[in-house]
Design a protein around this ligand. Structure first.
Ligand code: G3H
Ligand code: ZN
Length: 279
């Protein structure tokens, strides 16, 4: 069985000071490309499905089943992860469905409520052997507006992990979601200070906006799970546009998706290798 718990592979990666790649699945093609890339790189991979992607499909089960099936047939360890779930009932459905990890995102809630609800999610997830990621200090850009200004306090982060029992913590250190350019500058000093006092692996959201060099430095400073989505959409769409411009007679989506999927697969293979070696 190639399905593994996020806690298990993240703790191992943290102890080796290497990074893990977590990529967002929007379509079946993403799950297929990410697994192929991980197999050819010989690395574990995290397939993540966001609450927004569930909304796009209009239902959780069809796309979740595709992810679970791709993961369970893989030749490398794969985590199936619910990403940015603000809905506790969706977390329960992911657990019942067999996902091995859940991110409960209560970062928009008042602090007390975020802690209480996260602890409740941890209780039912841990009872089923499912890992839990939470977020403290809202990482910007979820509303489409680029904002890298939020910062997580190391002391708050340590207390949050103690209060809730989460297995991984997403922190705000200078990245912002949905950036289509890679110029975000991370606060590596803050990453190191958080990693010193927080016992669990740390998660970088909005990694699309960070350069390769910036991500490698963040991993060296103590970051473990690296979430990437927009960057892959940028290269997929650029390739599909190029392919259709060169082949205007093509109407079969399999042909232009094949071209787009190939660049995504190659880039995920490269990123998985970069994160796990720091080279
Ligand atoms: O949870 C998903 C990520 O944080 C992806 O963010 O689209 O900016 O890479 P991104
Ligand atoms: Zn995110």
């Amino acid at each position: 069985m190639s399905l593994v718990s996020l806690k298990e592979i993240a703790e191992e990666a943290k102890s080796k000071q290497i990074g893990l790649g977590a990529f967002n699945v929007v379509l079946l093609d993403h799950a297929e490309a990410f697994v192929k890339a991980a197999e050819s790189a010989g690395k574990p991979v995290i397939l993540q499905l966001s609450q927004n992607a569930v909304k796009y499909h209009g239902a959780f089960e069809p796309i979740a089943a595709a992810i679970q099936e791709c993961a369970s047939k893989a030749q490398v360890p794969v985590v199936t992860h619910l990403d940015h779930a603000e809905d506790v009932e969706l977390c329960r459905r992911a657990v019942d469905f067999g996902f091995t990890s859940v991110m409960y995102d209560g970062s928009k809630l008042p602090d007390d409520e975020n802690r209480l609800t996260t602890a409740k999610v941890v209780e039912f997830c841990h009872a089923a052997g499912v890992s839990v990621e939470a977020e403290l200090g809202e990482v910007g850009g979820k509303n489409g507006v680029h904002d890298p200004s939020a910062r997580t306090s190391p002391e708050d982060a340590a207390k949050f992990v103690e209060d809730t029992g989460v297995d991984l913590l997403a922190v705000a250190v200078g990245s912002s979601h949905a950036m289509t350019t890679r110029g975000a500058v991370l606060d590596n000093e803050l990453i190191s200070r958080i990693a010193e006092v927080v016992s669990v692996p740390l998660v970088l959201h909005g990694s699309s906006g960070v350069s390769d060099e910036g991500i490698v430095k963040a991993i060296k400073s103590g970051m473990t799970k690296i979430n990437v989505s927009t960057h892959l959409n940028v290269i997929f769409t650029t390739e599909v546009r190029r392919f259709l411009a060169e082949n205007p007679e093509i109407v079969d989506p399999r042909k232009y998706f094949k071209a787009g999927n190939a660049v995504v697969e190659a880039e995920v293979r490269r990123m998985l290798t970069l994160y796990s070696c720091g080279k």
